[in-house]
Write a protein that binds this ligand. Structure first.
Ligand code: FEO
Length: 419
């Protein structure tokens, strides 16, 4: 169903959704498929002192300002609260401040710092911390610390009198529908909610669980996220699912019986594949380790990322072709998230004919991606065999010893770099 550009939705009598529907977006943040489009949710609070929570993506400024003007003269807006400043929620602020010059921009310290470099001109600002309140005359905003969801700047904002909690990325979904209230019986919406959590929030599950603890201490009925449907009658479902997904992830990365090494390889003629198997045998001589040996030439990015997430160390095998490693290995680099994978042990090996640069290229990329380094690479000429087989098995044994030592540090909370 298409919608009119002037669509405004009453969330409560004094809270209006004035967001933008984006049916056409194909990928979000370059990395996320947005099969069902998305929305950039912004909310107008019609209090004695008028306020806006979140704004919109800059390319939609015209339609956004038109909605805003239908409710108020922008010059009368006193506060613009940004719970998170990624440009999908802040992009239009630069232009909004031209027509709302009296407004004070409210956010965390990080948020205000980021906005100074997004807006690139002076503006009035107010930094808020956990528990701070902002009085709008007849209504009160309370701010709740919720960092890293999904940038370091994020907070939540509670409109106390209306029992409405604004959460920006948290509890959101890339799901565009003019019927802007969540319905978890819709398979498409439920899948979008899960997919959004997986891509945007899952790496920050520890922060998510802390934020959930914080919001359990305050009263609210409605959750207004920055993307997708608002949770009016389904807030408890959104919270329960989020709790479940975050807890499952924490269990997945930290609760396994055995520590896991991913051996991800590409192999043109089977030589590096054979090496991967020999190295795996060497690793498996150490108890308490499991190994996932995977050919990454044709694996999907989603499947490869799942393997990276669930591994505590990564060995990459690549032959050297034209003095470089290969495209699937660069895809693997792109899927490593230093915030999530920092401190995991990384190593490299591979077959070569005459120059053999690949393993060093891999190690240097691991260094830049803040992994710990197993610096001693295993390069070998052409095919494994003869003394090279024992050399590779020994490489696996030695890697395993360092891997166990690294896991002890990793899971004791020390994620700094060694090696
Ligand atoms: Fe919807 Fe992290 O921005």
């Amino acid at each position: 169903m298409e919608t009119k550009d002037d669509q405004i939705i009453d969330i409560t009598k004094d809270v209006k959704w004035i967001g933008v529907l984006d049916y056409d977006i194909k990928t979000f943040d370059i990395v996320m498929h947005t099969e069902f489009g998305t929305t950039y949710n912004s909310y107008f609070i019609n209090a004695d002192k008028k306020a806006i929570i979140e704004v919109a993506k800059e390319k939609f400024s015209e339609v956004y300002f038109s909605k805003l003007r239908s409710l108020t003269d922008p010059a009368d807006i006193e506060y613009i609260i940004l719970d998170h400043t990624e440009p999908d929620h802040s992009g239009t602020l630069r232009l909004l401040l031209d027509i709302a010059p009296a407004a004070t921009v409210v956010g965390s310290g990080n948020a205000i710092r980021y906005l100074e470099d997004i807006v690139n001109k002076p503006f009035k600002s107010l930094v808020v911390k956990d528990g701070d309140k902002l009085y709008l005359g007849n209504k009160t905003l309370q701010f709740i610390s919720a960092p890293n969801l999904h940038w370091p700047d994020s907070i939540y904002t509670l409109l106390i009198e209306d029992n409405v909690l604004f959460t920006c990325d948290s509890f959101g979904a890339h799901f565009c529908s003019p019927d802007l209230f969540s319905d978890f019986t819709s398979e498409e919406y439920a899948a979008s909610f899960k997919y959004y959590f997986d891509v945007i929030l899952k790496p920050y599950s520890r922060f998510m669980l802390k934020a959930l603890e914080s919001i359990m201490k305050v009263d609210f009925d409605i959750i207004c996220p920055g993307h997708g449907p608002v949770h009016t009658s389904n807030s408890s479902i959104a919270i329960e699912l989020t709790q479940k997904y975050a807890s499952e992830y924490i269990q997945l990365i930290g609760g396994r019986e055995k520590r896991k090494v991913l051996i991800a390889y590409v192999s043109a003629y089977g030589y590096t594949k054979e090496a991967a198997e020999i190295i795996s045998e060497g690793i498996l001589e150490t108890e308490g380790i499991e190994v996932d040996v995977t050919d990454i030439e044709n694996i999907s990015p989603e499947a490869l990322e799942e393997k990276i997430i669930t591994s505590d160390g990564i060995l990459v095998g690549s032959p050297t072709i034209n003095q470089n490693t290969l495209l699937p290995v660069y895809t693997l680099f792109a899927l490593i998230n230093p915030l999530r994978d920092r401190g995991k042990l990384g190593g490299a090996f591979g077959s070569y004919g005459w120059s053999g640069e690949s393993p060093r290229i891999i190690i240097e990329n691991f260094r830049l991606l803040k992994m710990r380094l197993y610096d001693e690479t295993a390069s070998f000429k052409f095919a494994p065999g003869g003394s090279k087989t024992e050399y590779l098995r020994n490489f696996g044994r030695d890697f395993a010893a360092k891997f166990i030592e690294n896991c002890d540090q990793l899971f004791s909370g020390n994620r700094g770099r060694i090696g």
